[in-house]
Design a protein around this ligand. Structure first.
Ligand SMILES: Nc1ncnc2c1ncn2[C@@H]1O[C@H](COP(=O)(O)OP(=O)(O)OP(=O)(O)O)[C@@H](O)[C@H]1O
Ligand SMILES: CC(=O)N[C@H]1[C@@H]2OC[C@@H](O2)[C@@H](O)[C@@H]1O[C@H](C)C(=O)O
Length: 375
């Protein structure tokens, strides 16, 4: 593998796989890259977790290696990723896999982060080298371990031909922003990127919908659009110490435990609208950290389908807010593609994070490599 994957500058095909904080399912996507430029995007796929799989993963949230439910969660996660990868690889072979796994716990202040999954199991089963455990080295070196998509965002900005600073906003369970200047060649250059998690995004909205209505999400933001914002809840939310921290900074999924209780006395519609406004306000506060005003904010992740969230964002920001799909990129697959791109960088000894993206002391490359057992 070393000659083709690690020791040349040729572009190769990598399959990236990501299971996000929403715990909805697995995204997988192929990218052809040399670790610097995106040469082409390939096929992608998605597999929903079954209720049982989701319950097994959810049971292990917050646990560290050795925790009671971790072994089972890793087994379930590995199997779900293997099934999806087999489908895609049958028609579209890949030279390398990037396997993010499911984040179960994240505590960079204590130098630890935990993504369930075993890359060796995938390598042995699929017969393809796997890069995995992307975040541990960064946190061990004092970084936040997240977000890691920013170097890929930098490559995306160049791929779409942006000629000045733009920003990417991922609206998943948690939100994260990357400001990039595509005129600067190397993403690790101190002036190329600034990235950080903005705050809770869809996770509290989903939790509200689940608790009150037994629904997974506020489809289209319809419920929120029928209610009004309770400004006093938003004001209290903004007092959280996270918003006083300078970026880079990152969040665990459940770091705002007081948010859901703070809307307990509101009607369903008001509660949904208020949580939506909180997510948007967190982004607006975050955007003030950008080194210069970006010409546009490209929104990726499932939250871009929430019309209430997009409205609340646009009304708070004075940059155009645009669905990333308008640029030809795929807002449902960007994170999976990011881990394909990062896998190639790891295999080639290139950095995957920098002081401006995770706060790590110096540009560093994370990731473990597992090669298939010789059969
Ligand atoms: N049609 C829709 N209307 C409203 N919200 C939606 C819609 N589709 C997706 N979402 C929201 O987006 C979430 C999924 O987004 P995404 O897949 O980007 O998250 P993730 O990758 O799991 O999270 P993260 O990026 O934090 O790891 C859903 O849980 C839901 O809250
Ligand atoms: C620790 C962890 O898994 N963080 C995720 C999460 O989901 C969104 C946000 O919080 C981001 O920091 C990160 O994922 C993306 C893919 C990233 O690393 O860029």
């Amino acid at each position: 593998m070393a000659d083709r994957i690690g020791a040349t500058d040729d572009p190769i095909w990598a399959l990236g796989m990501m299971s996000g904080t929403s715990l909805d399912g697995v995204d997988a996507a192929l990218v052809q890259t040399d670790g610097t430029c995106i040469h082409a995007f390939g096929p992608s796929g998605y597999a929903d977790y079954s209720d049982t799989q989701r319950a097994d993963l959810r049971a292990a949230l917050g646990q560290w290696p050795g925790g009671h439910d971790v072994h089972n969660a890793a087994r379930v996660g590995d199997a779900a990723h293997i099934a999806l990868a087999k489908t895609l690889l049958a028609d579209s072979p890949a030279d390398l896999l990037g396997y993010h796994g499911q984040t179960l716990a994240h505590d960079p202040a204590m130098g630890r982060t935990h993504q369930a999954g075993d890359g060796q199991v995938l390598a042995d089963t699929l017969g393809v080298p796997v890069i995995w455990d992307f975040r541990s080295k960064d946190v061990a070196e004092g970084g936040e371990g997240a977000p890691l998509a920013p170097f890929f965002h930098h490559a995306c900005a160049r791929f779409i031909g942006a000629d000045g600073p733009i920003a990417f906003l991922n609206l998943g369970g948690v939100g994260n922003v990357t400001w990039v200047d595509p005129r600067i060649d190397a993403p690790e250059d101190p002036n190329a990127c600034l990235a950080f998690d903005t705050g809770p995004a869809n996770a509290p909205i989903n939790d509200l919908m689940q608790t009150r209505m037994g629904l997974a999400l506020d489809q289209g933001g319809t419920l929120a659009l029928s209610g009004a914002v309770d400004d006093s809840v938003v004001r209290d939310f903004l007092e959280h110490p996270y918003f006083k921290r300078q970026p880079p900074k990152s969040l665990d999924r459940d770091q705002f435990p007081g948010l859901l209780p703070s809307v307990a006395t509101l009607s369903d519609a008001e509660a949904a609208r208020t949580l939506t406004a909180c997510a948007a306000e967190a982004v607006a506060i975050g955007m003030a950290h950008c080194p210069s005003a970006p010409t546009r904010l490209l929104v990726t992740g499932g939250g871009r389908r929430n019309a209430a969230l997009m409205f609340e964002l646009s009304s708070r920001l004075n940059v155009p807010v645009q669905d990333i799909n308008d640029t030809g990129l795929d807002g449902d697959m960007l994170e999976a593609q990011a881990f394909a791109y990062l896998a190639v960088r790891v295999a080639r000894g290139m950095p995957t994070s920098a002081p401006t993206t995770t706060g790590v002391g110096q540009a560093t490359g994370g990731g473990k490599t597992s090669c298939p057992a010789k059969g």
